[in-house]
Write a protein of this length. Structure first.
Length: 228
């Protein structure tokens, strides 16, 4: 298989896995950020750390720790609308910039019709932090941005901020309504057009992911908490 096609297939597998895991949770699934999940997983190393949620102090602490230890490890801090206040984020950006910490801030900006977050790319840029917006529904764009930022951070350039625009939705009715933004479908369609990817290939991937999850549950490796 062509290396580019293989890379896309693995990104698609990661997104399918993220969605299948979410669908298994109790209650309505939260769908739409699979491209962010897969893009981050693609771009980081096995010893890098991913922090999700309202863990600003933890993310900064890990950044300080890895900076002092010396190895070029990266802390990825994933923020969404529930990840603390804008003031907390700004304070974290200021500290990371001052100490040139190896932290990648990935801020999900949910473009839900009920409202999204204000952009912080301008504030980051004012403090010397490279920052730009990325289509968070396009896993190839996310993976490319993550790769670029992680490489720069490993090279000692200090923190980065990526603002990832998503359409994260809750519940099956919303999923149906926002189907045109579905990151899984968007990549699968592109692979059909460019990589000779077929419906049979997609069915195979779905079956493989389901089998892997079933095996992990049976072995006690994976559990599925109630939906957020």
């Amino acid at each position: 298989m062509d290396p580019r096609a293989y890379e896309r297939q693995e990104l698609l597998r990661q997104m399918i896995r993220a969605r299948r895991a979410e669908e298994r949770r109790v209650g309505e699934p939260v769908i739409g950020n699979e491209a962010v999940v897969a893009g981050i997983a693609h771009g980081i190393g096995p010893q890098d750390t991913v922090v999700e949620g309202g863990g600003v102090p933890l993310a900064i602490g890990l950044g300080v720790s890895t900076a002092l230890e010396g190895p070029p490890l990266v802390t990825v801090f994933v923020l969404d609308a529930d990840s603390g206040s804008a003031q907390e984020l700004r304070e974290a950006l200021e500290l990371a910039a001052h100490w040139r910490l190896p932290v990648l801030f990935c801020r999900e900006n949910n473009l839900h019709p009920l409202g999204g977050l204000a952009s912080e790319t301008g504030f980051a840029a004012e403090h010397g932090i490279p920052a730009w917006s990325v289509d968070g529904m396009d896993v190839l764009a996310v993976a490319e941005a993550i790769d670029e930022a992680v490489e720069a951070i490993r090279g000692g350039e200090g923190p980065y901020l990526l603002e990832l625009s998503t359409c994260r939705f809750r519940g099956r009715a919303e999923v149906a309504h926002w189907r045109e933004f579905d990151p899984v479908r968007l990549l699968a369609d592109r692979m059909r057009a460019e990589d000779a990817f077929t419906d049979a290939d997609l069915t195979r991937l779905l079956s493989e992911v389901d089998a892997d999850l079933e095996a992990e549950v049976a072995a006690g490796v994976a559990t599925f908490e109630p939906a957020r």
